[in-house]
Ligand binder design. Structure first.
Ligand SMILES: [Zn+2]
Length: 132
């Protein structure tokens, strides 16, 4: 059960209008290990000069920068800087449990980086069409 599911269950048990105190246990060693793992990630970063850039997921030319957490309007993946060099890695961050490789497969199959984003995507404009 995820933390969000546990919280929903707790609030459902409490009922409407009740107050609750939330106590979170933080494992400092686990937190430090995650910080160290994030510090070793290599991000692709580009400033606006030379843009727009190809989305690493759908390849559409939709990103005004790279590695700056822009959302691609075509596939709805958030660009945190992941690219081919570590595409199979599930990174901690905005894309949840989705590796870039899995997001690409989802885009090829569904037309979005994940099923939950299907209602947010659009087709690329002629200028955004992938060049690869
Ligand atoms: Zn995209």
């Amino acid at each position: 059960m995820t933390l969000a599911e546990r919280l929903r269950r707790c609030f459902a048990l409490l009922g409407a209008g009740r107050r609750a105190v939330l106590v979170l246990h933080v494992d400092e060693a686990e937190l430090e290990a995650k910080r160290a793992a994030v510090a070793t990630l290599v991000n692709v970063q580009r400033d606006p000069e030379g843009g727009p850039f190809a989305c690493p997921c759908c390849a559409s030319l939709t990103l005004p920068t790279r590695g700056q957490y822009e959302l691609c309007p075509v596939c709805f993946r958030e660009d945190e800087g992941q690219d081919d060099h570590d595409a199979d890695l599930v990174r901690p961050g905005p894309n949840g449990s989705l590796s870039l490789t899995q997001a690409r497969a989802n885009y090829a199959a569904l037309g979005a980086c994940d099923r939950a984003s299907l209602h947010r995507v659009r087709s690329p404009t002629p200028q955004e069409r992938p060049t690869r």
